[in-house]
Design a protein around this ligand. Structure first.
Ligand code: ATP
Ligand code: MG
Length: 377
């Protein structure tokens, strides 16, 4: 056994210390100042899949993947010369490698022990694989749920969407009849025909745009963060929200605030929030007595200098017993509801650094408000 290993063995001779060392949940690896492994606890054996007797005496680089593996000696040399450490005393997320070659994420913190001239390094290593996997799983579920919500929204809005497409289609039919009449009366009037052709083209594009928006809305999975003008975001789905309200005989109004700062978010996701809120408002007011008072979507500056978008309805209000639970997934009072709309909407708001809350409308009904911080610069 080498000198150094003997010294550590002596250090570990205390039964209590040895027990402590092996009971630790995190892997602990002690090295000398040349990077040779002096001690390797139970957790380290488990995490790295290397028995202590094989690890001890070996270089610590066997636990590292490239590029750290080749650079480690240089890091250590620099530290010993300059005393400037990138790792000592601060935890860092890095990668490690198991005996079978798999690379995995770890939280690494390194401490230094000096006794006389000698220095030892104590690395505490937490395997983050399970945590990372769980995070990734949660994220992918969230993405799936968001997509389910979008499908759901489009299904529920079918009447409004059909109306949005039917309008340009019936305009096109009307123009076609006008063309026929023009041709009967004066086929040489090409100027008039050209004007109508242009109008038909515009209407066809409008119908195409509605379909394209629906497709975009359903297909997209990855989020794209951009600097956005909230009024633009609202304006782009105004027609769809309005068609949805009108299909239920409910008045609909948008009030655009002026001089709003820009926000950083994903436009499709913000529209998803707005559609969820107006859909809920439509559901709340459907068949109710205050349909003429309508749904109001309003943009304004928020108290903390960001942007606020509120959706005000004149429905019966959120049942008091539900309180904040309405933001939990699968909480619904609707026979055909999934109860995911508000859960997803709040997740989206928070992912953009904002928040989604609600309160009573003093005139009766509910006010939902989405607030986002102003984009920097
Ligand atoms: N504007 C509102 N007025 C009254 N109650 C509301 C309003 N918005 C939401 N709620 C209540 O909150 C519940 C949860 O809303 P959420 O949008 O999450 O789900 P949902 O609308 O029931 O179903 P989904 O949105 O998945 O189709 C609703 O079922 C309803 O009881
Ligand atoms: Mg809903």
């Amino acid at each position: 056994m080498s000198d150094a290993a003997e010294r550590v063995d002596a250090m570990m001779a205390s039964a209590e210390l040895r027990a402590l060392f092996d009971a630790a949940v995190d892997a602990i690896v002690v090295t000398d100042e040349e990077g040779r492994i002096l001690a390797f606890n139970r957790a380290a054996e488990r995490v790295f899949g290397v028995p202590a007797e094989r690890a001890i005496g070996n270089r610590v680089e066997i636990l590292m993947p490239e590029p750290d593996k080749s650079r480690h000696l240089e890091y250590m040399r620099r530290y010993l010369e300059t005393g400037q450490a990138k790792l000592i005393g601060v935890g860092r997320e890095v990668e490690a490698v198991r005996a079978d070659g798999t690379v995995f994420p770890i939280m690494l913190s390194v401490g230094e022990a000096r006794s006389g001239e000698r220095r030892r390094f104590v690395a505490i290593i937490r395997d983050l694989s399970a945590q990372k996997r769980a995070e990734q799983h949660a994220r992918s579920l969230e993405l799936r749920l968001a997509q389910v919500d979008r499908f759901n929204l489009m299904g529920e809005m079918a009447a409004g969407i059909a109306h949005e497409i039917n309008q340009p289609l019936s305009a096109i039919a009307t123009y076609a009849q006008t063309v026929r009449r023009l041709l009967e009366r004066d086929p040489t009037n090409t100027a008039a025909l050209a004007t109508i052709a242009e109008k038909i083209d515009t209407q066809a594009r409008r119908a195409g745009q509605v379909i394209e928006n629906v497709r975009k809305f359903i297909r997209r999975q990855e989020s794209v963060t951009e600097t956005l003008d909230m009024n633009r975001v609202v304006a782009d789905i105004r027609d769809l929200m309005e068609a949805d309200a009108h299909a239920a005989g409910i008045r609909f109004e948008v009030r655009y605030g002026t001089d709003l700062p820009k926000v950083r978010a994903d436009a499709v996701q913000l529209q998803q929030v707005l559609l969820n809120l107006t859909r809920n408002a439509v559901d709340a007011m459907r068949g109710g007595p205050a349909r003429h008072r309508g749904i109001i979507v309003e943009t304004s500056r928020s108290a903390d200098g960001g942007v606020r978008v509120s959706v005000t309805d004149h429905g019966p209000g959120v049942p008091k017993s539900l309180g904040e639970n309405i933001f939990d997934p699968f909480v619904t009072t609707k026979a055909t509801g999934l109860g995911v709309g508000l859960a997803i909407s709040r997740t989206i708001a928070q992912a953009s650094g904002g928040k989604l809350d609600y309160g009573d409308n003093p005139e009766g009904g509910t006010v939902f408000s989405l607030e986002l911080p102003a984009a920097d610069g």
